[in-house]
Design a binder for this molecule. Sequence first.
Ligand SMILES: C[S@@+](CC[C@H](N)C(=O)[O-])C[C@H]1O[C@@H](n2cnc3c(N)ncnc32)[C@H](O)[C@@H]1O
Length: 381
Amino acid sequence: MESSQREGEQLKSEITVKPDFTVIRYSRVWEDCVILCKGLDIQPSDVVLSITSSGDNVLNVLLKKPKKIYAVDMSLAQNALLELKLGAIRISLSHDKFLQLLGEAPSTKRLVLYESVKPSLPKYAQEFWDSNLSVIESGIANEGTLEKYLKVFNEKHLPKVVSSELLDAFFESQSIEEQRKVFNQFPLKELKDLISLYFSKEKLEKRRSEAQFQHAKIESDEAGEAFAKRYFVVAENIPAHDNFYFSLFNRGMKGYDPANKPNFAAPYLAKDNYEELKGLIDRVVVCTSTIEEQVKQIPLGTVTKANLSDIFEYTNEEVSCSICESVANVMAPGGRIVYWELQNTRPAPSSVFHYHEKLSKELHAEDRVFYYKSFNVYEKK
Ligand SMILES: C[S@@+](CC[C@H](N)C(=O)[O-])C[C@H]1O[C@@H](n2cnc3c(N)ncnc32)[C@H](O)[C@@H]1O
């Protein structure tokens, strides 16, 4: 334990050029909270380490009532978004106003709502949001860099290929047979070509921040085709009527209404769950750092579960292994880590982790977000 801790301490973050952390890159988490919670199997005694991203899955996991969650992100902007959600819960902003503030419901009063939440935020989050009032005003949930890219897809490109009537019929299908029947009426060749092109290696690399992804080139030339193939698998096999991720991807805000359709949104947005979070938010510790640096501050052997998002998309194989080892250092034996792989293959080192292959494959088959090529559950040896 001690020698691997020393190795962990020598580990240098790969990110040597300071990326731009002044913008929200992800205003939603596009990682299925259901398979995440099944993979982590949260227990009341759990201490969880989780990548923050937009904070959605930190709050979704918090609803499972672990003892503590470290929410870690190297991006100050992403943590400021989680702080805004925590701040609103802390002051007991009403549920409908919470949805309005986050851009999850229409509103003309978002800046007034922000002013009421602001005093409950840490200084760095106040400063961040004071410099990004236009993001709040426009509706944060659709203002991340990724979400704006998806918006152009579903507002400008997809309607030229698939009519809104067909899309609506697809999401209203009440059985998988009916859903497949509707999907087969889509112009499938055109749809495949559109997705392959819009999410091609060239396009994706162009919109990736050079500094953040300098060591992580997309390794497959067929990224767009793989993306289209996964879209088809989800369209044909995963019930669309309760897949809010797929609906947001294809239709934006159309058909999405967390206030009145709580089962068609992230669980933390549901009114009952929102009320429950008030008694739980003190269990969240927000940390702005790389995860590999942050774990040096955490007592050894105390973390039992970790959600690593798809952070290995940012790192080469060697650094991915080092990060796994440094996370393993703070984990108790039997603890779990989970992560998604998007383009690249990054197995956790077998010296410290046992791969739950069957469970990983089963959960990946349920994944409502089609982007990822795998979902992985590992156990600390
Ligand atoms: C990996 S990205 C993926 C987002 C996700 N796939 C989605 O679309 O929902 C999520 C967050 O991880 C953070 N991140 C990436 N590598 C990290 C690291 N080594 N330590 C801490 N945060 C990291 C990024 O800043 C980002 O906010």
